[in-house]
Design a protein around this ligand. Structure first.
Ligand SMILES: *Cc1c(COP(=O)(O)O)cnc(C)c1O
Length: 393
């Protein structure tokens, strides 16, 4: 058998994602058989024999509870090593510390606001410059290349207008130029999209969103495609010290076990919601990669198994958007997404408030734009709630 045939056979023998989500290898306590892994609330570890250092010696460098979470996300994404951080931004900024002074980064223009802030107010002071480009257009990505370009940072679907980047096209071009490729997979999760399988080097998550799923934990995860990158990330994680605490590690593991069950329900709801919104005359525009008229739909289907649970829509004016926000009864009105409860956000005044108005409008983030993250409530109730809130106009 060739190497490819062996890999194919192994992949075929691998249990389905839903099974791996529950039986990921370290889900049972090896000492006691406990069905849930223990929380090792310890900062340091006794050396029983000074000649033989223990596997764990200090919790910043490694903790058994956190390690289970790190192995869990590595398994789900199909990578070599996983790392858990104190927030999504901690994971993302740690990944950027792979770069050195004088390096240049190409980044998707509608990147998460916190990432934009880190690149333009922190990393720039380390003499690392970023060019922001519309990554739906490969020619613009290519045009941004400089002699000192070292990395490319992708987010697809993007936030909040759900633009799609062709992962394989960008990554194969990046590899020709030996660029490090990083991708923020928060919106899709490994259930739908596994970027490492498309050649990406480092996958990043705000685990605060779908992975945690209950609006009760702040956390970040990173997965390295190979051991070498894993070793580098490990050094950065230990050096920066922004690790996830053990209680939160345990909560994340607990939340992640129901990822698929939650995603399926929320996504079915989002599909219904998007077509209902698209059929209304008082809704100017609807953004959802599952809609037939979404410009990135075909590319998205090539690289993802589903469309996710986030729907953005434009009511045409800031007054209408604000009225809706004051009238809805089901969703919480807040930043964040990916939870059991529906979350309705208003990008213009929340996540993108710091962006200059002209830039914001240029990117489709108008005063009338709202972003609905569908939770686990009845979709009939969610639609009825919106219908009532819109009817009052
Ligand atoms: C929320 C979010 C982040 C930041 O994660 P935190 O856990 O809030 O630090 C990064 N990327 C995306 C796409 C997000 O939605």
């Amino acid at each position: 058998m060739t190497k490819e045939q062996i890999a194919e056979k192994e992949a075929a023998a691998r249990p389905d994602f839903s099974t791996r989500l529950i039986h990921f290898g370290s889900e049972i306590c090896k000492q006691t058989g406990a069905a849930s892994i223990p929380i090792y609330q310890a900062s340091t570890f006794h050396h029983f024999d000074i000649e033989q250092p223990p596997e764990f010696d200090y919790s910043r460098s490694g903790n058994p509870t956190r390690q289970v979470l790190e192995e869990y996300i590595a398994t789900l994404e199909g990578g070599a090593r996983g790392f858990a951080f104190s927030s999504g931004m901690a994971a993302i900024s740690a990944a950027f510390f792979m770069l050195s002074a004088g390096d240049h980064v190409i980044c998707t223009e509608d990147v998460y606001g916190g990432t934009y802030r880190f690149l333009t107010t922190v990393l720039n002071r380390m003499n690392i410059d970023t060019t922001f480009v519309d990554m739906t257009d490969l020619d613009r990505v290519k045009a941004a290349l400089r002699p000192n370009t070292k990395a490319i940072y992708i987010e697809t679907p993007s936030n909040p207008t759900l633009k799609i980047t062709d992962i394989e096209a960008v990554v194969s071009w990046a590899k020709e130029h030996q660029l490090l490729t990083m991708l923020d997979n928060t919106f899709m999760t490994p259930y739908h999209q596994r970027p490492l399988e498309h050649g990406v080097d480092i996958v990043l998550h705000s685990a605060t969103k779908f992975l945690g799923g209950h609006s009760d934990v702040l956390g970040g995860l990173a997965v390295a495609a190979n051991e070498k990158l894993g070793e580098q990330l490990k050094q950065i994680q230990n050096g920066l010290g922004c690790v996830l605490g053990v209680q939160d590690s345990w909560l994340l593991i607990r939340g992640m076990k129901t990822l698929q069950a939650r995603m399926e329900v929320s996504e079915r709801g989002a599909a219904r919601l998007s077509s209902w919104l698209a059929g209304r005359l008082d809704v100017a525009k609807v953004y959802y990669p599952g809609l037939a008229d979404h410009p990135g739909r075909a590319i998205h289907e090539k690289q993802s198994k589903g469309y996710g649970a986030v729907v953005s829509f434009d009511l045409g004016s800031g007054e209408k958007a604000k009225r809706l926000l004051s009238r809805v009864r089901i969703p919480i009105v807040a930043v964040s997404l990916g939870a059991v409860e529906s979350i309705l956000s208003y990008p213009a005044m929340m996540s993108h408030a710091a962006m200059p108005r002209e830039v914001r409008l240029e990117r489709g983030i108008t005063d009338g734009l709202l972003r609905y993250s569908v939770g686990l409530e009845s979709i009939d109730d969610i639609i009825a709630d919106l219908e009532r809130a819109l009817a009052e106009d």
